[in-house]
Design a binder for this molecule. Structure first.
Ligand SMILES: [Zn+2]
Length: 336
């Protein structure tokens, strides 16, 4: 066991600070918001902007719109809040969409290259670049989640699953009532540390301990629950005793199995972690569940993001807020 109780003390302090500062922050999911408007970096004006043709960027086969401000004469290309901005927006959107459908980075790279020829441009991508893009997107979206979420829950479930071919363990925490997949943690070993990391992330995201935490009797989960959620009621029953007390998380695991690409891909812990975080965001923000009367888990926890806004809008929102609250994000990075 490498971690100490100190980490949980730190998480508590951090959560308290987040709750305080987030009281001032109004995270909005309205995509018609002001900050999506193009604005002159010279004088801040949003009207009187004249399109001045397109500029071709050297690094990639991409064109960007050039603007001139009628009031101050400033010429500029609008700032983008997307990660990996030197790619055209459609590339970013396609990469993420195809990845969460379970397609491999190699396939995605080829597909994008073909698609760009069809569009009359020439984007070149390697599987490595695809993985790097996925990492950047997953990072920004997961950080944004910490800024946006606050939830008191009745019950969480924690469990882990094995990826034998990759020699990895995936520990997941889910909120029973809203089906929100709160955290996922990928590790080489199945130990207390893995359960602790998954639970600490869950606490950071929801900011409150749940009333009850359920697990299947695995010792490391029990130890980690006692440490991270000391006030919660612990219900632990082995699968032999009563099948199905962690039914929520078991159905989540079968979903994950269907969507994780074959074992040739995502061989490192980091790439698998990013992939699963994107899958988690996809499930939380875009899957309208029958058990929630057609709501997404994100809507069920009170985040008013409409799935039809799409990935690009979600990523722009995430990019905007994580840049705005950079200092808070730095503290969070240190803690997990
Ligand atoms: Zn201006």
């Amino acid at each position: 066991m490498t971690s100490t109780n100190f980490d949980d003390v730190y998480i508590k302090l951090l959560v308290d600070r987040l709750k305080n500062e987030l009281r001032e922050i109004r995270i909005s999911f309205d995509y018609s918001l002001d900050f999506f408007l193009i604005r002159c970096p010279g004088c801040g004006s949003t009207d009187g902007l004249i399109k001045k043709g397109v500029r071709r960027r050297r690094r990639r086969e991409e064109t960007v719109q050039l603007y001139k401000c009628k009031f101050c004469g400033y010429k500029f290309t609008p700032e983008s809040y997307l990660p990996g901005t030197y790619f055209p927006e459609w590339v970013l959107e396609e990469v993420v969409k195809l990845a969460v459908y379970g397609l491999s980075p190699g396939y995605i790279a080829k597909h994008i290259e073909e698609d760009s020829k069809w569009r009359g441009s020439k984007v070149t991508l390697t599987p490595r670049t695809v993985i790097n893009l996925l990492k950047k997107c997953a990072k920004v979206l997961s950080e944004f989640e910490i800024l946006a979420l606050q939830r008191r829950s009745d019950e969480w479930q924690i469990d882990d699953m094995v990826q034998r071919r990759r020699a990895m363990f995936i520990t997941n925490v889910i909120d029973s009532q809203t089906r929100y997949w709160i955290s996922t943690h990928v590790s080489r070993e199945r130990n207390v540390n893995a359960s602790l990391k998954a639970l600490r992330l869950a606490i950071l995201r929801f900011k409150f301990e749940p009333r009850v935490v359920k697990c299947d009797g695995l010792k490391q989960h029990i130890i980690a629950i006692r440490r991270t959620c000391p006030n919660a009621k612990l219900i632990s029953i082995t699968k032999k005793e009563a099948f199905g007390i962690i039914n929520q998380i078991e159905s989540q695991h079968s979903r994950i199995r269907k969507r994780v690409p074959r074992s040739g891909t995502f061989r490192t812990i980091e790439s698998m972690q990013s992939y699963l975080d994107l899958l988690r965001i996809y499930y939380n923000f875009f899957c309208q569940l029958e058990s929630l009367n057609g709501k997404t888990p994100a809507q069920a926890v009170g985040l008013d993001f409409k799935p039809e806004y799409g990935w690009l809008t979600l990523m722009k929102l995430a990019g905007f807020y994580t840049r705005k609250y950079e200092n808070l994000i730095k503290l969070i990075d240190l803690s997990v």
